[in-house]
Design a protein around this ligand. Sequence first.
Ligand code: C2E
Ligand code: CA
Ligand code: CA
Ligand code: CA
Length: 277
Amino acid sequence: LLPIGLVASAILMLLILWVSRQRLSPEKELKLAIRKREFQVHYQPLIELATGYCVGAEALVRWRRPDGRWIAPDLFIPLAEQSGLILDITDHVIEQVVADLHAMLLAEQQVHVAINISARDLESGRFLDVLEREIAKAGIAPGQIWLEVTERSLINPDTARATIARARDAGHLMAIDDFGTGYSSLSLLETLPLDALKIDKCFIDAIGRDAAASVVTPHIIGMGRALKLNLIAEGVETREQDAYVRKAGVQFAQGWYYAKALPADEFMAFYRDYNRG
Ligand code: C2E
Ligand code: CA
Ligand code: CA
Ligand code: CA
């Protein structure tokens, strides 16, 4: 006769094995990850071309699974947007940016961090309450937080306009992301209260590579200039692309040519080293 304790623990083991083999749906996994705070924000330096200084960073979220695997945002942001879970992720990103860079944002009054805002966030506007609460708590100036909305997220222009106006009234700067890849007309962009345009990487990739595509790049830059907005080139990878955007009068640039997205402490070290010259 087997001792009762042994039988019980064997059954328990089998049960644990069975439960752990049941795969959660991707949405449930995402929900669990939000609850367990498995997201981490990395910071990609932003360079002011005229001065050569690093003036800030873009906050880019990553999912770190319990097994140590990193999951890129392209793989979970679309599901998060579909399911509405993006609202919680945005809140978490805001909280983490303020916590990560609190000391730096207070000491370096010029540095700013750009946070990506989705179409759902624009619709809900909830992130603005979170942002206001977090920066007030930390004593950070609103102008140190920039916001990026993609051209594609302007599906509902009236709601977008209202939230963008609210954000600017609160003191944040607004940039249109992935400029040139969406369907928004210049006349729509003209009616939005904006500060900057980020020229999509595909137009930067074309520089010095694809003759047909690089015909378009000067026009995209020209359109941005016609809107009288600050221009930011994203995805600059080569010296040739850096020279091109400089010559074209683009104010800011981001890309692997300068630096990849870095964990908070590495970004702070980068900022100090880079600006010391
Ligand atoms: P994005 O906003 O256009 O961000 C730029 C992406 O290009 C980032 O990828 C960045 O790491 C990558 N990148 C920057 N420089 C270079 C370069 O020189 N070469 C190449 N090949 N890539 C470069 P990442 O971090 O994988 O993010 C992908 C997208 O996921 C972002 O595109 C953005 O749309 C979305 N995303 C990231 N973080 C957030 C977030 O916190 N909230 C929301 N709503 N979306 C986010
Ligand atoms: Ca962005
Ligand atoms: Ca972008
Ligand atoms: Ca892009």
